[in-house]
Write a protein that binds this ligand. Structure first.
Ligand SMILES: Cc1cc2nc3c(=O)[nH]c(=O)nc-3n(C[C@H](O)[C@H](O)[C@H](O)COP(=O)(O)OP(=O)(O)OC[C@H]3O[C@@H](n4cnc5c(N)ncnc54)[C@H](O)[C@@H]3O)c2cc1C
Length: 301
């Protein structure tokens, strides 16, 4: 018979002690990936998939909460780790959705994985969109291409708490109809009165009945109450300068324009310095910056 002093229950995934709460466990070691099971995979386009993950540890899963715009470090054991924005809304707990483009070695391997397989998740990390400041105001969201991944978290959060926000306008631009992600969701929203939705493609084909042109085109007929509007944008770097210029033409205050940036990063907690831009670290000071902060990021605006 083992001595009772040696039979302390140790959870298979942590040795810090069963008495810690889930939040304390995650804080105790931010470098530790928590096992998560892939519970659903949806093919969005030829190169993007939406993965749903469920953290295996009950306490950690229950404690996990994020702000729209934050990201996690996703690891495939024996392959590597990558920062990926959280695409699901904080209003939906118990699972995490990530929308991932097949870009290179890591994401290629992820795209080969099946439901039931285990990955690692650290986080959430970084500063997200200021959703609490946005409450009670109009919000204009502009996404280009994969920029819809972090903005979807904000969009779905606003959707779930719709009465807390004023007018909501969404502009989402893709290169062509085949690259439009979450098309089903947006097709349904096109008929809703409480969202003004503009889908644009740079190059239309016969399947497209939306607008053709750059993501800035819908600004031509937007009616904005500048005094009361927050702008949020995410997309390819070239987009920022032009979208911000359009927002300014509509007199939205620079103070209320927020944008998400991607930089190569490793640790996610402001230690390794890979994502340092001047005096800021993209991983902890961003990835969401307001206009004034973004202006100081070289090559961004
Ligand atoms: C805060 C943050 C959030 C992100 N969110 C998402 C997301 O929601 N969905 C998604 O698909 N990707 C996202 N990325 C990018 C993702 O991390 C990279 O695509 C991934 O690391 C590529 O790894 P790989 O081994 O597959 O490709 P690699 O072989 O490492 O690279 C393939 C190509 O992608 C480029 N690349 C690699 N890392 C980055 C990066 N950090 N930023 C820009 N280009 C990069 C490389 O320059 C190369 O051209 C995010 C990055 C950051 C920093």
């Amino acid at each position: 018979m083992p001595n009772s002093a040696t039979t302390v229950a140790v959870h298979p995934y942590h040795d810090a002690g069963p008495e810690l709460t889930g939040a304390e466990l995650m804080r105790a070691n931010p470098y530790r990936p928590w096992p998560a099971r892939i519970t659903s995979i949806t093919e969005l386009t030829a190169t993007e998939k939406l993965f749903e993950f469920r953290l295996v540890d009950d306490k950690v899963r229950e404690a996990f909460c994020h702000a729209p715009g934050q990201f996690v470090e996703l690891s495939i054991f024996g392959v590597g780790e990558a920062p990926i924005s959280i695409s699901s809304s904080p209003t939906k707990r118990g699972f995490i959705e990530l929308c991932v483009r097949r870009a290179g070695r890591f994401t290629e391997r992820l795209h080969q994985m099946q439901c039931g397989e285990i990955v690692g998740i650290r986080g959430p990390f970084g500063r997200g969109f200021p959703i609490d400041d946005m409450r009670g105001h109009d919000v204009l969201l502009v996404a280009g291409g994969l920029g819809i991944a972090p903005l979807r978290s904000l969009i779905n959060n606003i959707h779930d708490e719709r009465s807390e926000f004023g007018k909501v306008t969404i502009i989402y631009g893709s290169r062509n109809p085949a690259e439009v992600m979450f098309r089903h969701q947006f097709e349904m929203w096109r008929h809703r009165r409480d969202f003004d939705l503009y889908l644009t493609v740079d190059h239309a084909d016969e399947t497209w009945d939306g607008e053709e042109g750059l993501v800035t085109k819908p600004f031509e007929h937007l009616e904005i109450n500048a005094e009361n509007t927050f702008g949020a944008l995410c997309g390819p770097p070239v987009m920022y300068r032009f979208v911000v210029a359009e927002m300014r033409k509509k007199n939205i205050s620079y103070d209320r324009i927020y944008m998400s940036f991607e930089r190569h990063m490793k640790c996610g907690v402001g230690k390794c310095g890979h994502c340092q831009i001047g005096h800021q670290y993209c991983c902890i000071d961003g990835p969401v910056f307001n206009y004034w902060e973004a202006k100081n990021i070289q090559g961004s605006m």
